[in-house]
Design a protein around this ligand. Sequence first.
Ligand SMILES: Cc1ncc(COP(=O)(O)O)c(C=O)c1O
Length: 351
Amino acid sequence: MQEIAEKYQVKQETLLDFSANINPLGMPSSLQQKLVTSIQKLAHYPDIRYRKLKEAIAKFHQLPQQDIYLGNGAAEVIFNLAQVLKLSQLLLLAPTFMEYEGAFRNYDTVFSYYLLAPHNFQVDVADLIAYAKKEKVTGICLCNPNNPTGQVIAKKDLLILLDFCRQKKISLIIDEAFIDFTPLEENSMISELANYQELFIIRSLTKMFAIPGLRLGYLLTSNQNILKQMEMITVPWHINTFAEIAGREVLKNPDFIKETQNYVKEEREFLVENLQKFKPILKVFPSEVNYLFLAYQGVTCLQERLLEKGVLVRKCDSFRGLSAGFYRIAVRSRVENMALLQALEEVLCEE
Ligand SMILES: Cc1ncc(COP(=O)(O)O)c(C=O)c1O
């Protein structure tokens, strides 16, 4: 956001930011209070082994504490995992969260499995497996839900993929950074961790609990060998005291996640319904998360046009596999969503 504000010389504070996929309810108020009252704790080092935080995560997921590796955001997990795994031949979706390519390209040859607009950017698992066989990959990495498309791969398909990976001894990395915006139990692969040591699940707390500036994520795997190697390359005290407090606090409150899911579903449906009136120049793809993926057929840059109205959306042409004309918008509050629709109306009328 800062970069765009600087580029177009607009004041950041005046922009309505639909470019970041953060919980529209913001940070839980209990967390805000906890952080304010914990300020004195910054005068001490955090526990170097983060036992209480790991205990909270283990309890939340009903997993052994030893299966958890903490990260300064999921981003740190991704880069450290890439460094340790050294997969040599890795299959990535395209488009997907771009940091994967950045992290793994240093160690591996990256193969892109291109998702297609006519298929709503959905993953066809049988086709993906055929591609993985053809390229003889040693690792597959998927974001579920995917970013920027908002698509979810059904658990039954992931189980087929997991079976294939197990037979071929392929490492499977699943990024579930946005999975808690969808009904959790249905889609998460956490239940399979004990069954396959080469399964790596990445989670983030920065989106659901609106703490991207605080940074906290983690890796879940039963592969103790990889976890040990990751600990060896990790800088001591990489999780700051506030992030440690935040993790322990937010995981106590699953009701906040449920409340968010309901809120996001309602607002997403409101946006989808109202965006239909801009068809065919603007197409909205199906999504199950807190953001929507759009294809715009106009000749101008929708991001620039909306900026003139004080609204910032994410232009997606920098994602591998996407050309100009694709945009991502966050699901926000009703008032903000209405402001976005109004801005779109004005911009598209002028087209
Ligand atoms: C799919 C996905 N995974 C991971 C991340 C990084 O999350 P964190 O803020 O925890 O580093 C992002 C950030 O946008 C993301 O989209």
